[in-house]
Write a protein that binds this ligand. Structure first.
Ligand SMILES: NC(=O)c1ccc[n+]([C@@H]2O[C@H](COP(=O)([O-])OP(=O)(O)OC[C@H]3O[C@@H](n4cnc5c(N)ncnc54)[C@H](O)[C@@H]3O)[C@@H](O)[C@H]2O)c1
Length: 319
């Protein structure tokens, strides 16, 4: 039997959040999308604004919120270094105060709550690939710490609310996710490479391009988040969600050049501070507990993402 729920998505006008809102509406739920539009846009949700089960609230999660809901997906937080380092104090506040406010709400209305955590909690890992049991190697005082430590503290708060108040929590550790609606200027590697290739500009490779990342297509990620939310109360996580396929930055750049047919060359630049050398999730837990694994191959997902950016750059999306 399918029961319709009232679902709150914080950060719902962002890249991942907007797909989540879309899928929840498709499943017949009422969706309240809360966002302060720092990195998210109305454009991402404009096709949902007239939906009778959709409500948008402009609100900053560092302030308390009172709504009646059954489930909360806490997605609000800038996710790319350029954006989260723009106002690092606000980034930590968003993660920490945002978590406290959303956990407080979940406690009050007895909602189930899922935290969008991140592979950044593993820092620059000495364990590869990263299982959930690994505690990570994070610099607590570097330029990335506002994000990494903010997300780590949010995980702590989730587990303390679970231990202390028996809240129904789910913690997902999301690895690099990509797809249409990524911000074109946020410095994330997939959007960067695609935009540079489409403009015929040199593609920026940091270091020698031998650092690896795993890339999960957004549809797969959203299926994983919803699958985790649907698990029994005994499943709390943390659970890695990501695509274990591992690619060097050079391989990614070559794939983007091939798929766009671009004449771009490669431009090598110094490595940024604390840039992790490798990132790859162990997803055994997600497979066992949620029955989830990514389905979209990198080439296929890149193709869809390239089409989106091509339209965006030629302004067809605003037409
Ligand atoms: N995209 C990834 O690869 C990735 C990887 C790991 C974790 N995550 C996590 O997933 C979540 C969504 O990431 P995304 O890639 O969609 O990023 P995004 O920047 O597109 O989305 C984040 C959204 O949160 C909103 N927001 C930021 N601060 C807020 C505040 N104080 N109050 C209300 N809204 C606020 C932004 O306006 C934006 O719409 C984030 O929590 C991020 O940390 C993403």
């Amino acid at each position: 039997m399918h029961l319709s729920k009232r679902v709150l998505v914080t950060g719902g006008a962002g890249f991942i959040g907007s797909y989540l809102c879309e899928r929840l509406l498709e499943d017949g739920h009422d969706v309240i999308c809360v966002d302060n539009l720092f990195t998210g846009t109305r454009m991402n949700i404009r096709h949902l604004l007239d939906h009778r089960n959709f409500e948008f609230m402009r609100h900053d999660v560092t302030f308390p919120l009172y709504v009646e809901v059954d489930e909360i997906y806490n997605m609000a937080c800038p996710a790319s270094p350029i954006h989260y380092q723009f106002d690092p104090v606000q980034t930590t506040k968003t993660s920490v105060h945002g978590a406290i406010n959303m956990l407080g709400l979940a406690k009050r209305v007895r909602a189930k709550i899922l935290q969008a955590s991140t592979s950044e909690v593993y820092g620059d890992p000495e364990v590869h690939p990263q299982p959930e049991e690994y505690w990570g190697r994070v610099n607590p005082i570097g330029p990335r710490s506002c994000y990494d430590e903010g997300k780590r503290c949010a995980e702590t708060l989730f587990f303390d609310y679970w231990r202390q108040h028996q809240l129904r929590i789910k913690v997902a550790r999301i690895f690099n996710t990509y797809g249409p609606r990524m911000h074109p200027n946020d410095g994330r590697v997939v959007s960067n490479f695609i935009v540079q290739a489409l403009r015929g500009e040199p593609i920026s490779i940091y270091g020698e391009g031998q650092q690896t990342r795993s890339f999960c297509y957004v549809d797969d990620l959203v299926a994983g988040l919803m699958g985790l939310m649907a698990t029994g109360d005994d499943v709390i996580g943390p659970i890695n969600l990501g695509n274990p396929g591992e690619f060097t930055m050079l391989e990614l750049a070559q794939m983007v050049i091939e798929l766009t047919g671009s004449s771009s060359t490669l431009e090598f630049k110094p490595l940024p501070t604390d840039d992790p050398k490798q990132r790859k999730p162990v997803i055994t837990k997600a497979k066992e507990v949620i029955g989830w694994e990514p389905k979209v191959a990198l080439k296929e997902g890149l193709g869809k993402t390239i089409r989106y950016f091509d339209d965006l750059l030629s302004d067809r999306l605003n037409a």
